[in-house]
Design a protein around this ligand. Structure first.
Ligand SMILES: *[C@@H]1O[C@H](CO)[C@@H](O)[C@H](O)[C@H]1NC(C)=O
Ligand SMILES: *[C@@H]1O[C@H](CO)[C@@H](O)[C@H](O)[C@H]1NC(C)=O
Ligand SMILES: *[C@@H]1O[C@H](CO)[C@@H](O)[C@H](O)[C@H]1NC(C)=O
Ligand SMILES: *[C@@H]1O[C@H](CO)[C@@H](O)[C@H](O)[C@H]1NC(C)=O
Ligand SMILES: *[C@@H]1O[C@H](CO)[C@@H](O)[C@H](O)[C@H]1NC(C)=O
Ligand SMILES: *[C@@H]1O[C@H](CO)[C@@H](O)[C@H](O)[C@H]1NC(C)=O
Ligand SMILES: *[C@@H]1O[C@H](CO)[C@@H](O)[C@H](O)[C@H]1NC(C)=O
Ligand SMILES: *[C@@H]1O[C@H](CO)[C@@H](O)[C@H](O)[C@H]1NC(C)=O
Ligand SMILES: *[C@@H]1O[C@H](CO)[C@@H](O)[C@H](O)[C@H]1NC(C)=O
Ligand SMILES: *[C@@H]1O[C@H](CO)[C@@H](O)[C@H](O)[C@H]1NC(C)=O
Ligand SMILES: *[C@@H]1O[C@H](CO)[C@@H](O)[C@H](O)[C@H]1NC(C)=O
Ligand SMILES: *[C@@H]1O[C@H](CO)[C@@H](O)[C@H](O)[C@H]1NC(C)=O
Length: 693
């Protein structure tokens, strides 16, 4: 018995020896500075800490909770989640004065420990060794002292979930080592100081749930290391600057619950994008969602709900397999059919949009589909709602019926289809020419026999052009402000440029109402003002269902003028004939012959109207596939209306030759040849005022 106990004691002693060898307590681990020893006890009493956490008569470095020392000095103080003594709880204060006596303090973590009061100003002047300051959920009030900007070694600053007021001090822009800046969930006001954009090490920027105002400073785009950007729930407003695209390493972009407007800059999502989370919910974004978002491979949460995005889903499947990804696009104006881009999302909220058509089986599982225009789904919008939404955009609604049969979907047939399209295109142009000749001849004859009767019945105005600038702007659609057009086109970004036309650059845009439009920007430094004036004058006099509708104009800028047209969903004839192949899965859709015939007749009608029903007759002068625009039903609307010429003489018998005539040089002006509208208008005025006696 005795022997056994001795052996036991020996074993225990042996293990203790082994343990003490393995975890050799260094001499330095003991607190060697008496000043710091005193300071710890002062802190213990000023905060009212319990002796269970920080007991007397033992070495603080080795035995106190949350104290770490190095070389005999206090290195880290972590009172996170501690509870105060009963006495301490009676008058809790932000009383940490003795911290100044820890000359090596690197980290102070008091999260979830109530420190009612404000952050002392001396923090920024005395705790210069600090690298980590975590004061989350401490019930702190007052402002963030600007002296904090002196803590040049600070790399982690958490002040979230407090009641901090005032502005974010711009001095924070001096904390060049900062990798985490979390000021979320406070009562901060004012704007985001641009200096934040200089913090090149920053990985997490969380300013969400404050009352910050104004727009996002462009300088944030320089945050090269940023991984998390959370600016949700502020009063941020205005456009998201494209400069944010400098955030190359961004993984989570959270901008929800702000007043952000306009189009979402495509550049924000430049590939390769590392984004995993995009939350833009509850803003006022309009227009299209950049298609590239759908091909970000690592995306697992896309929440753009409660905005005004107005767009169709693209028709490609970047990732065929369902992932755990979550999609919420509810409360927008998405329309068209549900496409294969949805396939990768395992959970999706598509409700409160205007989707039409049938629901594909990869959507049926975990999707909210309410309040749309879908077939065979309960709780959809009314027929009137859907028809009027689609109608406003010049689209036809399927009336909850089966979709029209699709053609040319098969991949294997692609080459044949391309061939057919090319031949068809050539044939079509011949057909069009024939038709023009035919129609013009027929009309010419009729016209000659009814001379004077049908003239002026169709044309809105038949009075000869008055000498002088008599454009009635009120009949030229809405008056847009420059600001509205900036918003509609996302500051005229390259991405929205349709083409550089001869009379101005054409941009695609979305008005605030969600209506897609085409905006022509006429730069008066490179284009003569006659060009847009003659076009305006043209629209002032003539309207016809075969002409592209002018919705409005903006003439407030001195050097740039803007004309706003209705957007033609099917583009121009050129692009419809040779429609682009979207992706491997999407077949080439070429025009069928019925449609081709319809376009030929439409174009002929438009030209015939100009040439025969307007007085004086008008020559289009720019007839080509790209000026023949097509609405959603492939009805022709003629565009490129700035090159029109009036024909002064009544040369009807010679219509065809004139139509094909090249514009004459200005030296021939005044003769019987075609005369540009402007010259007619302004030439006369000029002559009247200066040349003629
Ligand atoms: C101190 O901080 C660490 C995280 O850095 C945490 O896990 C721990 O619970 C905190 N509290 C104490 C008393 O050590
Ligand atoms: C502690 O002392 C050792 C040796 O004197 C030194 O190498 C180490 O850097 C010191 N640590 C700190 C935090 O000062
Ligand atoms: C502070 O302590 C808490 C534990 O209560 C921990 O979760 C947090 O990560 C710590 N802060 C830092 C910056 O390490
Ligand atoms: C810091 O330590 C010195 C020396 O012990 C002491 O006089 C001073 O009061 C301490 N300061 C604070 C704020 O505790
Ligand atoms: C800041 O960090 C650098 C490098 O780690 C160090 O040399 C310097 O002493 C630190 N500054 C302060 C005030 O502790
Ligand atoms: C924070 O302080 C306010 C008043 O100073 C107090 O009403 C509130 O209860 C405190 N919050 C917590 C979590 O103690
Ligand atoms: C700390 O910052 C404040 C204001 O940002 C400045 O006035 C002060 O001179 C700085 N103090 C030190 C010691 O750097
Ligand atoms: C930002 O802070 C809020 C509130 O404190 C939190 O809910 C959110 O998860 C944080 N965002 C990120 C990206 O860390
Ligand atoms: C939407 O954002 C506004 C602030 O822009 C906020 O007041 C409102 O509560 C948010 N709504 C929802 C449902 O989050
Ligand atoms: C969307 O636009 C409509 C009108 O165009 C407006 O009434 C509505 O408030 C907008 N919604 C959002 C979330 O901005
Ligand atoms: C999808 O799944 C198939 C097999 O189930 C696999 O071969 C393919 O690589 C997966 N695609 C992706 C993008 O993960
Ligand atoms: C889908 O979105 C709508 C509108 O935003 C919301 O009312 C509904 O609760 C959401 N459904 C789910 C399953 O989250």
């Amino acid at each position: 018995m005795v022997d056994q106990r001795n052996i036991g004691v020996a074993l225990v002693l042996f293990y203790l020896l082994l343990l003490s060898l393995l975890f050799k307590p260094t001499v330095e681990q003991r607190l060697s500075s008496s000043i710091e020893f005193t300071a710890l006890f002062e802190l213990r009493s000023s905060l009212g800490l319990k002796s269970r956490d920080w007991p007397r008569k033992v070495d603080p470095c080795s035995s106190w909770n949350g104290i770490r020392c190095e070389n005999g000095s206090v290195f880290e103080i972590n009172i996170s989640g501690f509870r105060r003594t009963t006495v301490g709880r009676q008058n809790p204060r932000f009383a940490v004065d003795s911290l100044v006596n820890f000359t090596r303090l690197v980290s102070f973590n008091a999260s979830k420990f109530l420190l009612p009061g404000s952050i002392p100003d001396w923090f920024g002047r005395r705790l210069l060794t600090l690298q980590v300051l975590d004061l989350r959920s401490c019930n702190i009030t007052g402002v963030i002292p600007s002296s904090i900007g002196n803590l040049s070694n600070l790399s982690i600053l958490y002040l979230s979930d407090n009641r901090l007021t005032g502005a974010i001090p711009s001095s924070l822009g001096r904390l060049l080592s900062l990798s985490v800046l979390d000021l979320s969930n406070n009562l901060l006001t004012g704007s985001i100081p641009p200096g934040i954009g200089a913090l090149s090490q920053l990985q997490i920027l969380n300013l969400s749930s404050n009352s910050l105002r104004f727009s996002i400073p462009a300088q944030l785009g320089d945050l090269d290391s940023l991984v998390d950007l959370d600016l949700s729930s502020n009063s941020l407003s205005g456009l998201v600057p494209e400069d944010l695209s400098g955030l190359r390493n961004l993984q989570r972009m959270v901008l929800g619950n702000n007043g952000l407007t306009g189009l979402l800059p495509v550049n924000l999502f430049r590939s390769p994008s590392l984004l995993q989370v995009i939350v833009l919910r509850n803003n006022s974004f309009t227009g299209e969602l950049p298609e590239v978002i759908w091909s970000i491979s690592g995306l697992n949460l896309l929440d753009i709900s409660q905005n005004n995005f107005t767009t169709e889903l693209p028709n490609f499947a970047s990732y065929d397999n369902a992932t755990a990804a979550v999609l919420d696009i509810s409360g927008n104006k998405f329309y068209g059919s549900l496409t294969t881009v949805l396939r990768r999302f395992s959970s999706m909220n598509l409700s409160e949009n205007y989707f039409e058509g049938s629901v594909p089986d990869f959507v049926l599982g975990n999707a909210s589909l309410g309040t749309n225009c879908l077939q065979n789904v309960s709780n959809q919008r009314t027929l009137t709602d859907c028809v009027s939404f689609y109608g406003e955009r010049g689209l036809s609604f399927d009336n909850f019926g089966p979709p029209p049969p699709e053609s040319g979907k098969s991949n294997s047939n692609r080459n044949r289809i391309i061939l057919a399209a090319v031949l068809g295109g050539a044939g079509f142009i011949m057909l069009l020419t024939l038709f023009l000749l035919l129609v013009l001849r027929v009309r010419t004859r009729r016209r000659v026999s009814h001379r004077g009767i049908d003239v002026g019945q169709v044309c809105a105005e038949t009075t000869p052009p008055s000498p002088g600038l008599a454009i009635n702007f009120s009949s030229l659609g809405d008056l847009f402000t420059y600001q509205q057009l900036l918003q509609a086109t996302g500051n005229f970004t390259e991405a929205n440029l349709i083409k550089h036309g001869h009379s101005g650059d054409l941009f695609k845009g979305i008005l605030e109402s969600g209506l897609p439009v085409v905006i022509k920007r006429v730069d008066l430094q490179s284009i003569k003002k006659e060009v847009y004036l003659s076009e305006l004058d043209f629209f002032n006099r003539f309207t016809h269902t075969r002409l592209v509708p002018l919705l409005g104009h903006c003439l407030e800028k001195e050097n740039e003028k803007f004309l706003v047209y209705k957007y033609m969903p099917n583009g121009d004839l050129l692009s419809s004939l040779y429609r682009k192949i979207n992706s491997e899965t999407d077949g080439l859709q070429s025009l069928d012959w019925i449609t081709r015939l319809k376009i030929a007749i439409g174009a002929a009608e438009g030209l015939s109207y100009l040439h025969h029903e307007c007085t004086p007759p008008i020559v289009h002068r720019d007839v080509r596939a790209s000026s023949i625009l097509l609405d959603d039903k492939f009805e022709v609307r003629l565009g490129s209306l700035s090159k029109f010429c009036l024909q002064e003489d009544d040369g009807r018998q010679n219509g065809i030759t004139r139509l094909l005539q090249l514009p004459r040089s200005s030296s021939e002006r005044g003769s019987s040849g075609p005369m540009c509208l402007f010259h007619l208008l302004y030439g006369r005025m000029y002559r009247n005022q200066h040349l003629l006696p």
